[in-house]
Design a protein around this ligand. Structure first.
Ligand code: ATP
Length: 291
């Protein structure tokens, strides 16, 4: 029986602004989304029956319809009416509940992967358009290239990719609730907004210094208030050669941009010794196809 294997990459936000709240409570955002080299690996295999089987090496993840890859197969079934069974093997490496869209990127890889495995003929545009029903970050993960994300995340405009650089991604051992972070941000009277348009210009000019200058995430305000460890990690990385550092999504992951691999690896060692982050990666921007 046929099998295909695909990587699903994590994302960071080079910029994240909240521009409004809709009547249904959803937040309107303006974000710059960027893939990084940290990925999960998914293998999709045909089955002789009509079951959806999810297997994973990460014991804490559900394997029923609560897993976003399972939800993705249900969406494919709804769109095509094709109910042939699939087995999905998920090797998990992206930190969970970290602000890196781990579940969303697995869902995106599954939509694209099962469409290909079973020859269902859905276009990437159609998949991207429908995928927002699984989660606000899924359309971006389907697109898989540097993008401005607006609306609740479904309005995507590709923008220029950043020049190559080395990154550290660090996830401290804390749990941050995304809905709580947004609620606390709503309660704030005013706050400074990141320069998203300036970030797009810096990306177009491949201007790494300009990118670093404009790194900004309004959600840091809330998360750092509750979890100062996020600020501690940022400071340590900047004091150890990072050009800049920022929290991704609602946190708690932090990424830092380095001019070269050697400096990044040295800083990574210092951070490991300080024992501030449970998961630590040295990686790069992932430009081009997501899956
Ligand atoms: P985002 O950046 O989109 O807010 P996140 O990084 O905060 O995402 P995820 O890692 O995607 O969060 O997962 C959050 C929750 O989703 C977890 O509690 C987990 O149980 C559930 N989940 C369902 N499917 C998956 C999956 N395939 N991978 C990771 N988490 C999943």
């Amino acid at each position: 029986m046929k099998s295909i294997t695909r990587n699903a990459y994590a994302k960071i936000n080079l910029g994240l602004d909240v521009t409004g709240v809709l009547p249904n409570g959803y937040h309107e955002v303006k974000m710059i989304m960027q893939n990084v080299g940290i990925c999960d690996t998914l293998t999709f295999s045909e089955r002789e029956d009509d079951r959806i089987i999810v297997e994973t090496d990460e014991g804490i993840l559900p394997t029923n319809e609560d897993n976003l890859v399972y939800k993705a197969v249900l969406l494919i079934r709804e769109l095509t009416g094709d109910k042939r069974g699939v087995t999905i093997r998920l090797e998990k490496r992206i930190p969970i509940a970290a602000g890196m869209a781990g579940g969303s990127t697995d869902a995106a890889a599954t939509l694209l992967g099962v469409n290909e495995l079973l020859n269902l003929g859905l276009s990437k545009e159609k998949i991207q358009q429908e995928s927002v029903s699984i989660g606000a970050d899924v359309p971006y993960c389907v697109l898989g290239q540097t993008a401005l994300s607006e609306g609740i995340g479904e309005k995507l405009t590709p923008v220029a990719s950043p020049p190559q650089a080395y990154l550290i991604v660090a996830k401290p051992d804390i749990y941050v609730s995304t809905p709580v972070v947004y609620k606390k941000l709503d309660a704030k009277e005013s706050y400074e907004h990141p320069d998203i348009d300036g970030m797009i210009e810096a990306l177009e000019n491949k201007d790494l210094d300009g990118i670093v200058k404009r790194l900004g995430n309004v959600l840091e305000l809330v998360t750092i208030e509750d979890y100062p460890i996020v600020e501690e990690i940022k400071k340590l990385l900047v004091n150890n050669g990072a050009l800049g550092a920022l929290m991704s999504g609602s946190g708690p992951s932090v990424f830092a941009i380095f001019p070269d691999k050697e400096t990044a690896e040295k800083a990574c060692k210092v951070l490991a010794e300080a024992n501030l982050a449970k998961q630590l990666f040295v990686t790069t921007f992932q430009n081009g196809e997501n899956v």
